[in-house]
Design a protein around this ligand. Structure first.
Ligand code: GRF
Length: 214
């Protein structure tokens, strides 16, 4: 079976994008990058994608003013021209309109730095610390019209430490994101469920991966 053609949308440094590109180089990976698109011409991840010899370009959302859909139609055109079958939002910081979400329904996957449904939106690490949670993490989910609301594909938990700061916690969660995202995308590309409950140790940090019960 040929690998699922993946489009990756980014807004910034693209560390999650890079883990997807790395994973795609492993033998047997069921997805292959077709294109990386950023909504900001200066997104650091674009250069990185080119180092992996992946087609990468920017569609500057600012050129479209308030017309979100016109911006998304331009992205949609590029994705379709590249033969994309599955879209990964890897730190893509634009809320998508129902038009784009419907166009890619069931083929649009996001990574979010919290254990959804807790802390949708921004400042998730700060909010988690303020709430006094002992466990935090990240979620890979299908994108639906509501922000950070779609069905969960997989989650990874990270323990909160006594002396944590938002930055320190974010850095540990990011490592968990880098494990979770490629695994979940592989599961989607294979149309298989993710493995439930698996502990992975990364740089001494235990990340607990799990998928919700079917
Ligand atoms: C990640 O924490 C991701 O969960 C969030 O934005 C951040 C992007 O980081 N949506 P990077 O650009 O992948 O390094």
């Amino acid at each position: 079976m040929s690998a699922t053609r993946l489009g990756i949308l980014i807004s910034g440094r693209g560390s999650n994008m890079e883990t997807l590109l790395k994973a795609s180089q492993q033998p047997g990976c069921p997805f292959a990058p077709a294109i990386v698109l950023a909504n900001k011409p200066d997104a650091g991840g674009l250069e990185k994608a080119r180092e992996y010899a992946v087609v990468a370009g920017a569609i500057d959302h600012k050129l479209y003013g308030k017309d979100r859909e016109a911006f998304e139609r331009a992205m949609d055109e590029r994705l379709k021209a590249a033969g994309v079958e599955l879209v990964a939002l890897a730190g893509f910081m634009r809320v998508l309109t129902p038009w784009f979400v419907n166009e890619w329904a069931g083929r649009l996957i996001n990574i979010h730095p919290s254990l959804l449904p807790k802390y949708p939106g921004v400042d998730t690490h700060k909010r988690c610390l303020e709430a006094g949670d002992t466990v935090h993490g990240c979620t890979v989910h299908q994108v639906t019209a509501g922000v950070d609301e779609g069905p969960v594909i997989g989650q990874a938990e990270v323990d909160v430490l006594d002396d944590d700061t938002p930055d320190a916690l974010a850095a540990r969660v990011l490592k968990a994101e880098h494990v979770l995202f490629p695994r979940c995308l592989a599961a989607v590309a294979r149309k298989a469920g993710t493995r439930v409950r698996e502990n992975v140790v990364i740089d001494g940090v235990t990340v607990r991966l799990f998928a919700p019960a079917e």
